[in-house]
Design a protein around this ligand. Structure first.
Ligand code: HEC
Length: 210
């Protein structure tokens, strides 16, 4: 009897520790997800506002600079400040350098489309996970970017694209595949990748834009 209790002691002692470790990990995941949700929401909102402003003030050709220059400026700034890699990815890219998805992101994009086919709405979806790649643990996050009516000025069908935009795209993006979208379709996703070794700065920090 004595022996049995003795053998049980380490198990009993280890139990709360295991439970605590589980809780800690879950909290950390929740905090990282909250930060990722906030930053990506802010990014999409600011980019949309900048696009609308540029379209109103300078027309479609002037607005090209927003999706081309402002978007990577914002994601670049957020990435540097947080020790993340934040980017926009798509399965049909205009700029392969910034937009080409890796295998995990490609699977995420397909999953989003699958879930949409089952009735889920893009604004309600995220993927938030810790994944191990070549022995390194990363926090990874993706949020869908659905196509809105104003996006089709530059990502719609050939008939929808103004002549000036077509000419700009033809000279700057001869390999462009980011066209032919319809409203509500999945244009791409915001993707965040963060080594778990890098601590989260502050879960609810304000995103300062450039
Ligand atoms: C005035 C033209 C224009 C409008 C309007 C526009 N885009 Fe873009 N978009 C571009 C250009 C140009 C690029 C390529 C940027 C680059 O060189 O990195 C791009 C790239 C992207 C990318 C990155 C992936 C890729 O294909 O390279 C996403 C995602 C994207 N746009 C989504 C949107 C969404 C969503 C909207 C509407 C809210 C929108 N765009 C409206 C011109 C536009």
């Amino acid at each position: 009897m004595k022996i049995r209790i003795r053998t049980l002691i380490p198990v009993l002692l280890a139990l709360p520790v295991t439970i605590m470790a589980g809780t800690l990990a879950a909290d950390e995941l929740a905090e990282r997800e909250q930060a990722a949700r906030q930053a990506s929401g802010e990014f999409v909102k600011q980019l949309g506002a900048a696009l609308k402003k540029a379209l109103a003030e300078g027309g479609p050709e002037a607005a090209i600079g927003v999706c081309r220059d402002i978007a990577p400026q914002i994601t670049g700034k957020i990435s540097r400040e947080n020790g993340w890699r934040m980017t926009r990815v798509s399965s049909k890219v205009r700029n392969p350098l910034l937009g080409m998805p890796d295998a995990w992101e490609q699977k995420g994009l397909s999953d989003f489309e699958l879930r949409a086919g089952q009735g889920e709405k893009y604004p309600d979806m995220v993927i938030s996970k810790v994944v191990e790649e070549s022995g390194v643990r990363y926090y990874r996050f993706m949020k869908p970017i659905p196509a809105q009516p104003l996006c089709l000025i530059c990502h719609g069908s050939d008939e929808q694209l103004p002549e000036g935009v077509k000419a700009e795209l033809a000279s700057n993006y001869p390999m462009d595949r980011a066209r032919g979208y319809r409203v509500g379709e999945l244009r791409g996703a915001v993707s965040i990748k963060q080594p778990m070794g890098i601590p989260l700065q502050a879960p609810s920090r304000q995103v300062d834009l450039p």
